[in-house]
Every structure is written in structure tokens, then in C-alpha cells.
Design a protein around this ligand. Structure first.
Ligand code: FES
Length: 95
């Protein structure tokens, strides 16, 4: 799947016909969380994204842009919540 340099990954996925979880589309609810298996990304457009999220390899694809080729594991909301809990960070539960 091709993603433009300034395109959010979720938007590109939709364009490609993929149906993936999402909710707020602003980078705070964790509904679109993925684990990055390979590659670099920029989650600077997210409303709430922490250095610890990046360190644990989680991205919020509604607001993430690629900075290299990426390999992602989707449907990681629960895992990202656990990581946030482990770091004492906010982990929305409404999704
Ligand atoms: S859809 Fe809410 S964090 Fe991505």
C-alpha cells in the first residue's frame, strides 16, 4: 500500500480499500493503534501521543505519517492501553 509523505496512514489505508478501527481520528482515543514492526513514522499530528508510546513501538495511524517503508500490526488498542497503564499515562477506555 502506498502512503504519501504528508498523508496519514489511515487515510491511505481507506483509499486502498482497507477497513481498520478508528474513532476520534485526532490521535487520542487509541482506537487505531498499531504496533510498528519495521520502519519510521511521525505521530506529531496526534493530540495525545507520548515518547513512551513511540519507545514501545506504538503508532496512532489516524494521525501518523510514514518516514520510511513500514510494516505494521493492526488492532493493537488493548496492547497500547496496557503499555500506557504500565507507564502511568492516560489510556482512554471508551473504544
Ligand atoms: S482514531 Fe482515535 S486515536 Fe486514531
Amino acid at each position: 500500500m502506498a502512503v504519501g509523505e504528508d498523508e496519514h496512514i489511515l487515510a491511505a489505508a481507506r483509499r486502498a480499500g482497507l477497513v481498520l478501527p478508528s474513532l476520534c481520528e485526532q490521535g487520542w482515543a487509541l482506537a487505531c493503534a498499531v504496533r510498528v514492526l519495521e520502519g519510521e513514522w511521525d505521530n506529531g499530528d496526534a493530540r495525545r501521543y507520548y515518547r513512551e508510546d513511540e519507545g514501545a513501538g506504538f503508532a496512532l495511524i489516524c494521525t501518523a505519517k510514514p518516514r520510511s517503508d513500514l510494516r505494521l500490526r493492526t488492532h493493537q488498542t488493548a496492547a497500547m492501553r496496557r503499555s500506557r497503564d504500565a507507564h502511568g499515562l492516560p489510556a482512554p477506555r471508551g473504544t
